[in-house]
Design a protein around this ligand. Structure first.
Ligand SMILES: Nc1ncnc2c1ncn2[C@@H]1O[C@H](COP(=O)(O)OP(=O)(O)O)[C@@H](O)[C@H]1O
Ligand SMILES: [Mg+2]
Length: 382
């Protein structure tokens, strides 16, 4: 969808090129995140795609056509653009801000009004309440949402976003990121997204382009960046806590164990004891008559229990549960907080989906690192 071929940008005042020898492709419906320290050429790269900045040499194709062969104004109408300070026109209302490009394209006002309301809903703003506000009466988060709505006004297939959530507080930022990811699932735009924050890159990117001094250092999936950084710079940039970042990337569905044995609360004690005679079994889930999980019993409790009728008292209730969308980091955090080695995962309708345990997480991450190391060794032999 976007193809950058050997692009170079030299500013007259600069000794080294701001961007050089950049080759990169972004597939349809993908989010490519450009990340790197300040001054590494992220914004320059982004602005060359919609020709706010002209490349010194090289070619850029969007949807198969060379941008250099198109009228820049025309080009920009069909590429959504969102920047950090939103770039909303202060003397325009929310409505008028979103309507800018549709008006340039001579849409009938009726269609624009419909589209504005649709977009405001899409970005979680009540149209009634917000369409006639001026930017100065919006919070930072609301302004960013309007910025995103405006960029999507004419439904462009490609969006460029330059630190779009950089100017808001961390909580709003997380909210905007999550909302945007949810939105992207629906709209499937092809997106180039700039940030200087590696955590944001890992969270938002299908692919991450790490830049340094105008050069592309690694272009890869978040997994590969974390498990197999291309060089020392990437390793440092990712940070010494990269295993924790891996936890943030993976979801409980990656390690969900559906095989944990279940027993009814009407089961006899002897039967439970027999189950625990296998050494690796430490707990068994207990379900009620409807098959809903109510808790679990631990091996040591059952093996020392004597009265066959009273064992139901030993059922431990899970202190909390995890959503299917939870990351492994959230899972670990909940387990630590509640001092428990495993938690159930429930779907949206509160139906039990499986169990996630500390040990399974550890094993999963360990294996993943081993796999990457092996791959590395094989590459070196070749
Ligand atoms: N208009 C300009 N004139 C001269 N140098 C510029 C201009 N814009 C950016 N630069 C320089 O180009 C380099 C890359 O800038 P930029 O793409 O804005 O970096 P980033 O977005 O990664 O922080 C920096 O060294 C910056 O100072
Ligand atoms: Mg920048």
């Amino acid at each position: 969808m976007i193809e950058i071929r050997n692009v170079r940008k030299v500013y007259p005042q600069m000794k080294r090129p701001a961007v050089s020898e950049l080759f990169l492709e972004v597939g349809k419906g993908e989010i490519c995140v450009f990340v790197g320290p300040s001054g590494c050429g992220k914004t320059t790269t982004l602005k060359m795609i919609n020709r706010i900045i002209e490349p010194t040499s090289g070619d850029i194709f969007v949807n198969g056509s060379n941008v250099m062969e198109q009228d820049p104004d025309e080009l920009r109408k069909h590429i959504g653009y969102v920047i950090q300070k939103t770039g909303l026109f202060p003397h325009y209302t929310v409505y008028e801000n979103i309507a800018v490009v549709p008006r340039l394209l001579n849409w009938p006002e009726e269609k624009i009004a419909e589209r504005v309301d649709e977009l405001l809903q899409l970005v979680d703003l009540d149209p009634e309440e917000n369409r006639n506000k001026y930017p100065k009466n919006l919070s930072g988060g609301q302004s960013q949402r309007v910025g995103v709505a405006r960029a999507m006004a004419v439904d462009p297939p490609v969006m460029l976003m330059d630190e779009p959530f950089g100017a808001v507080d961390p909580i709003t930022r997380t909210q905007l990121q999550n909302e945007f990811l949810r939105l992207q699932k629906k709209v499937q735009k092809t997106i180039c997204f700039v940030t200087h924050d590696i955590d944001e890159a890992i969270k938002m990117g299908d692919r991450i382009a790490i830049m340094y001094d105008g050069q592309l250092v690694q272009y890869d999936t978040p997994e590969n960046i974390l498990f197999a950084p291309a060089n020392e710079f990437v390793e440092q940039f990712v940070g010494s806590d990269r295993s924790l970042k891996v936890l943030n990337l993976l979801r409980v569905t990656n390690v969900l164990s559906r095989k944990i044995k279940r027993a009814s609360r009407t089961t006899g004690l002897e039967e439970l004891k027999a189950f625990f005679s296998t050494p690796e079994k430490n707990r068994i889930l207990i379900e009620d008559e409807q098959g809903e999980i109510i808790g679990y019993v631990a091996k040591e409790d059952i093996l020392t229990a004597s009265s066959s009728s009273g064992w139901n008292r030993l059922i431990k209730i899970f202190p909390t549960h995890l959503k299917e969308s939870a990351t492994l980091k959230e899972a670990m955090s909940d387990m630590l907080q509640h001092n428990i080695g495993a938690l159930p995962v429930m779907d949206r309708n509160d139906r039990y989906q499986g169990l996630v345990s500390f040990n399974d997480i550890r094993a999963y991450i360990g294996e993943a690192y081993e796999e990457y190391e092996q791959r590395d060794d094989e590459n070196e032999v070749v």
